[in-house]
Write a protein that binds this ligand. Structure first.
Ligand code: M6R
Length: 614
């Protein structure tokens, strides 16, 4: 996590740094800081909390900071040490000559720190990053060359990092390097902006150089030079990015999350327009680079993901197994990487990630790739590190998602799984043709059904008001919607901090039912189909323990109004597609509860949108 920006050019650095950090707030937001080159010094400004606190501090010191044309900036998601001013980046060596910002984790920082302390360095923070500042300063004192100092330090550092370094004696030099963390150099006219992600500089330039791992770039106002760890010069190409500066406007919505929930019908229409051209034609998915025989020979699919993407993957499993007759395993990436995995050349591995940066998923994918499995990546960021590992890249095209709580990207991931399952089933002939046709017909209708839910959100607002003051919340479902219960609970807990848990309803009586009493809300996802009656029975069991019962249903059965204290009704849909419908009221419920409680909906505490540490 964390976001870094560096600027060298002829403009005032401070505004570009703050502007860039603003675009990187999704990577962390517990503290921030900048280092600015002054005539003979580096000035450091830091603040706890949101970026605005730093911006305010800089505004108060505008006269002192405005003339600097070289600087580095950082927005933090704390890994080592609390989010205090002392621990905020940039970090410096003892004489203040070197300033460093860092994204990632220095795994051997304890050993390095002990060694540097023994050599006389005095540490002020609890961070791993400060080690890098002292180490580079030591090397610089020996070789008097910042690039060489960074190269020598890189040889000793273990872990993942993107770092950006400046030295007070070098008013026309910025040195940056990376290993397993993103860093891109934006190339302008007599200026360069380096950043963890493109939105930080796209307003200023569309030209960019993607640094590769273990490359070190030396940047002056006039030039960019890249070497590798062995001091070899690297030939690089400058790409012109197909990006437009994203308007990060809330478009009149109070929060990005609410805006992004409302964008879901358009996201689905956009995806379907290219892939589902006619219900009588096969799904158009030429991004899947597997020929017919390879698809027919698939013996197994493994899907790896984290968080919300993991829940999309679980629904993907259900649909693929139902339509394609291929066994599918779904696993949290963080578990996948620490056990022996049995794969062969007929195993397809699918990584799912909104950001394409999640460290655990990236590591898991690299492991699977080393075993020669075909890798499919489903991501919202086709320019990400994970996308670069793909044999088949399924870009979900949900558009930039700002709110930390994933909503429209989840919807787009689900769509990708439906399309993939349909494509495999069509190729294999593993499902009834009339079923496949009816799924395509009904997929086309999903956006308008979501619009009905969105225009009828008063019922959900009312539910939110009635249940906002609860400490705990249980979501139950079965079958294809069990992951919907998990996702509904995750949405609620991450933005409202209510202790919400999703259960497959059949498991309730094996323990969790002990928690039920008149204070516990139980929301049952009751979509018509195979398990409807079963969930109804499980709901009766909960009602018998006096739980406060809420139904989310596409049934018009009036008996539900007797059993449940609150009934949220959604448009009818066939069971296989019901997760696309059922999740939206749960996203809204989480949103309205958090908003009612006055929480920071788009930037909930302790979280970041890109989790780039294991
Ligand atoms: O970018 P990814 O999809 O790989 O991120 C995975 C999780 O960190 C993410 O889904 C997280 O759970 C979200 N905050 C959920 O809203």
């Amino acid at each position: 996590m964390c976001g870094i920006v560096g600027y060298i050019g002829n403009k005032s650095a401070v505004d570009i740094l703050i502007d860039g950090l603003k675009q990187l707030e999704y990577r962390g937001y517990d503290s921030s800081g900048v280092a600015l080159m002054n005539t003979d010094n580096i000035d450091i400004y830091k603040a706890e909390g949101k970026l605005q606190n730093l911006a305010d501090k800089l505004f108060m010191n505008r006269d002192k900071v405005v003339n600097s044309t070289l600087g580095i900036g950082h927005i933090r998601w704390a890994t080592h040490g609390a989010p205090t001013v002392i621990n905020a980046h940039p970090h410096t060596c003892n004489c203040g000559g070197v300033a460093v910002v860092h994204n990632g984790i220095i795994e051997n920082y304890k050993e390095l720190r002990a060694k540097l302390e023994a050599e006389g360095c005095v540490f002020r923070s609890q961070t791993d990053t400060e080690t890098v500042a002292h180490l580079i300063a030591k090397k610089y004192s020996q070789c008097k060359n910042l690039t060489e100092a960074v190269r020598l330090a890189s040889l000793e550092i273990e872990g993942a990092y993107a770092i950006c370094v400046m030295h007070k004696d070098l008013p026309n030099e910025l040195v940056v390097t990376k290993r397993n963390a993103p860093l891109i150099v934006g190339v302008g006219e007599d200026e360069f902006i380096v950043a963890s992600d493109v939105p930080a500089f796209i307003k200023y330039t569309k030209k960019a150089v993607y640094l590769k791992d273990n490359q070190i770039a030396t940047i002056t106002r006039e030039n960019l030079n890249i070497i590798d760890l062995n001091n070899n010069s690297i030939f690089f190409t400058t790409e012109v990015l197909p990006w437009e500066p994203a308007s990060l406007s809330k478009m009149g919505y109070k929060h990005f999350m609410l805006k992004e929930i409302h964008e879901q019908p358009a996201v689905i229409r956009n995806i379907l327009s290219g892939k589902l051209r006619s219900v009588d034609e096969d799904i158009y998915l030429d991004e899947l680079k597997l020929d017919k025989d390879s698809i027919k020979n698939l013996s197994r699919i493994q899907i790896i993901a984290c968080g919300t993407s993991l829940h999309a993957a679980m629904i993907g499993k259900y649909i693929i197994e139902s339509l394609c007759e291929i066994p599918v395993d779904v696993e949290a990436s963080s578990e996948y990487i620490y056990r022996k995995n049995v794969t062969d050349k007929n195993t397809l591995v699918i990584g799912v990630s909104q950001s394409g940066e999640t460290a655990d998923t990236l590591t898991a994918i690299k492991q699977a790739k080393s075993k020669s499995c075909h890798i499919v990546i489903i991501t919202n960021r086709p320019d990400s590190a994970m996308a670069r590992e793909a044999d088949s890249l399924l870009a979900i095209n949900a558009g930039i998602e700002v709110s930390v709580a994933a909503t429209k990207s989840y919807m787009a991931q689900l769509l990708s799984f439906y399309l993939l399952a349909l494509k495999i089933a069509e190729t294999k002939g593993s499902a009834d043709k009339s079923l496949l046709k009816s799924l395509k017909e009904d997929l086309i209708l999903i956006p308008q059904k979501l619009e009905q839910i969105l225009s009828n959100k008063d019922q959900i607002q009312q539910c939110a008001r009635e249940y906002a003051n609860t400490k705990d919340f249980i979501f139950i479902a079965r079958g294809v919607n069990y992951p919907t219960a998990l996702e509904g609970a995750l949405k609620l807990k991450e933005i409202s901090y209510i202790n919400a848990t999703g259960y497959c309803a059949g498991e309730l009586k094996h323990g969790p039912i002990a928690m039920l009493d008149e204070s516990m809300p139980v929301l049952a996802i009751l979509m018509k189909g195979l398990v409807y009656d079963k969930i109804l029975s499980n709901s009766e069991e909960s009602k018998a323990r006096n739980a406060r019962m809420i139904a989310l249903t596409n049934s018009n059965d009036v008996k539900l109004d007797l059993l449940f204290d609150f009934v949220i009704r959604v448009p009818d849909v066939q069971e296989y597609l019901s997760p696309l419908i059922a999740i939206v009221p749960l996203q809204l419920l989480a949103y309205y509860i958090a908003e009612f409680l006055g929480k920071d909906v788009d930037q909930p505490r302790n979280l970041a949108k890109s989790v780039t540490v294991e």
